[in-house]
Ligand binder design. Structure first.
Ligand code: MN
Length: 487
């Protein structure tokens, strides 16, 4: 895996003399080393910047170095901000301002004016913050003591977003067939999306997939069947049907890997030459970290791949999901989410079962699929929509529960949740914002991370929380519309 790291750039000036600058540098190195031990990516101390040129040079280097996922700045002392303008104005990497301080406590006996001059982050970080505000820069501001776990956790969370950003900017999506006929919300401007998010979205013929499937060998299928047995329970005797899914999975993966794609979409309306809709095949690919979108939904597929990269161990608990049906009984009001087949097994509460059942849609043979219940716990659902001229990322807080019904005749993976602030208002807000029926449901990516992602990418972000009202949301959307037209 290629080297990925963050750069620590500390602001100062010549005013304080060489001794103070040496102390600042020594401490900054120590902080970068200590933080690197607890953060998901290495933090590399780069420079104690005292001139316009030093800052411009480090920014240029950051822009062109692929291993640098973002920069973190801090001002141990005062650093006059006019010397930051040229550098920051040309910065192309994510930027976090860590407003911290080397010492935790004000030392009662020791404190004098020398101490004040050396430890004046409270003062220097305000000057530093002004210039980023004046430049209207997207940046993450994190304040607090650098050794405190909650501060370290927030830096870690932001770093994971930056990893998703870097991934997004080189993401390739393989489309088999177009979007489902007549569906609006899965459409979108692929050129605008590439400009904003970097995605290369292109299509390949289903016929080529079928040819690749036909070339898959029995021993390749045997090997994948062993993987299936290791991960899932077989609740079917129809081994040939499962083997056909393995054949599909191997072929889709081969085509994606050949093109360097990390996400794909297909459409049940175009399975020309295929005997089964890929169910288990798509699910097992998702478990490996590939993004997926049904009905040609390349936006949800790409978002899923990115959110998986941002999650635990870079293949987190984010799944392609679809709002299906409601339980509207007072006191037990929930959404039931599922898909025809394709829900990622990384969100399963139990070991998934491979089952074979008829599928009324798509006019193909009964496909094998994984059946399971999703985990209970706090989560988010995320939808990226094209508003015409701009992209809107909608995120809703949800609380997943163990499904309150066993639903023995439902032959698909299922998740049950309560949308915030409550089912009805949650639905009203989601529909008002224009959110899709397809979402990425995530247990380990947070709403704050999605907000940071949208901010870095320069797209609209709408967050529906426990405190959202329809009235406040309508006002926000109205003002957003005006603001985005002015940009
Ligand atoms: Mn769907």
């Amino acid at each position: 895996m290629e080297k990925r790291e963050f750069w620590f750039v500390v602001g100062s000036q010549f005013l304080y003399g060489p001794e103070v600058l040496e102390t600042v540098e020594k401490r900054a190195r120590e902080m970068a080393e200590e933080l690197s031990k607890v953060l998901p990516y290495k933090l590399v101390y780069k420079v104690t910047a005292k001139t316009n040129k030093e800052i411009t040079d480090v920014v240029k280097e950051a822009n062109y170095d692929n291993s640098c996922l973002g920069i973190i700045t801090w001002c141990h002392t005062f650093s006059p901000s006019k010397m930051w303008i040229n550098g920051l104005a040309s910065l192309q990497k994510p930027y976090c301002h860590l407003a911290t301080q080397y010492n935790m406590e004000i030392p009662n006996d020791e404190i004098d004016m020398d101490f004040m001059n050396l430890n004046q982050a409270a003062h220097g970080d305000r000057e530093h913050g002004f210039i980023a505000a004046r430049l209207r820069m997207s940046r993450k501001v994190i304040a607090g003591y650098w050794k405190e776990k909650s501060v370290q956790d927030r830096i870690a969370s932001w770093m994971k977003v930056c990893n998703g950003v870097a991934f997004s900017k080189s993401l390739k999506v393989m489309r088999f067939s177009d979007n489902m006929r007549e569906v609006a919300v899965t459409e979108g401007d692929k050129v605008e999306t590439q400009i904003k998010l970097g995605w290369q979205v292109n299509s390949w013929p289903v016929g080529q997939l079928v040819e690749t499937m036909n070339a898959v060998t029995d021993s390749e299928i045997d090997a994948l069947m062993d993987e299936y047995r290791a991960s899932y329970d077989f609740a079917t005797d129809d081994i040939e049907t499962v083997r056909y899914q393995a054949r599909e999975e191997i072929a889709i993966k081969k085509m994606m890997d050949e093109e360097g794609c990390s996400a794909f979409s297909n459409n049940f309306q175009d399975l020309y030459g295929m005997e089964q809709l890929p169910g288990l095949a798509s699910q097992h690919l998702m478990a490996k970290g590939y993004g997926y979108g049904g009905e040609g939904d390349w936006k949800v597929s790409a978002m899923m791949a990115i959110m998986k990269r941002m999650g635990k161990d870079e293949n987190g608990e984010s799944a392609f999901m679809e709002d299906y049906t409601y339980n509207l009984v007072p006191g037990k009001k929930f959404s039931l989410g599922a898909h025809m087949l394709e829900v990622c097994p990384t969100i399963a509460a139990e070991r998934p079962r491979i089952e074979v059942h008829p599928l009324g849609i798509g006019n193909r043979k009964d496909p094998a699929r994984l059946v399971f219940e999703g985990k209970a716990g706090d989560a988010i659902v995320v939808s990226l929509i094209d508003m015409g001229g701009r992209l809107r990322l909608i995120c809703q807080d949800i609380r997943c529960v163990k499904p309150i019904l066993p639903m023995p005749n439902l032959p698909v993976a299922r998740v049950m949740w309560e949308a915030m602030p409550c089912l009805e208002t949650g639905i009203e807000c989601w529909i008002t914002a224009g959110g899709a029926h397809h979402t990425v449901l995530s247990y380990d990516v947070t709403a704050e991370q999605m907000k940071d992602f949208a901010s870095i990418m320069g797209i609209e972000f709408v967050h529906i929380t426990k405190d959202t009202t329809v009235e406040s949301l309508e006002k926000e959307l109205f003002l957003n519309d005006i603001a985005w037209k002015l940009r």
